[in-house]
Ligand binder design. Structure first.
Ligand SMILES: [Zn+2]
Length: 121
């Protein structure tokens, strides 16, 4: 039998980062509200962003992939909690992903020939 329905996607990553520092509660999200379990702010709170940046310092792409998975999980939870007035996708993107965009390299990687348009005039 042919079906046009797509399978339900699996769950995203577990929100277990940033890792706890010392004995304090970790700045990880409380589901399904997605507020920080340590400070109560919307997750990722400022301390979580700092800690995540430090943890993923050499893997900013990995950080974006991790956060994209969690944004997907948060969308599912938050729309489920409040189907008629769910979060604005633009706001969720800014909250979860925009701040963590990988840095542009300071210089072109070796071997890359960057096109410079000829000066006009
Ligand atoms: Zn926090």
């Amino acid at each position: 039998m042919v079906t046009t329905r797509l399978p339900t996607p699996g769950r995203g990553p577990l929100p277990e980062r940033p890792r706890p520092v010392g004995a304090q509660a970790p700045h990880t999200p409380l589901r399904p509200m997605w507020c920080c379990r340590a400070c109560g702010q919307p997750w990722p709170c400022a301390p979580a962003r700092l800690l995540l940046r430090a943890e993923f310092d050499r893997n900013r792409t990995g950080l974006s992939i991790y956060l994209a998975g969690l944004m997907y999980e948060a969308m599912r939870d938050l729309y489920h909690l409040n189907p008629h007035d769910g979060p604005d996708p633009k706001a969720l993107f800014a909250r979860f992903l925009a701040w963590a965009a990988p840095r542009r390299p300071a210089a072109d990687p070796p071997g890359s020939a960057r096109h410079h348009p000829p000066a006009s005039g």
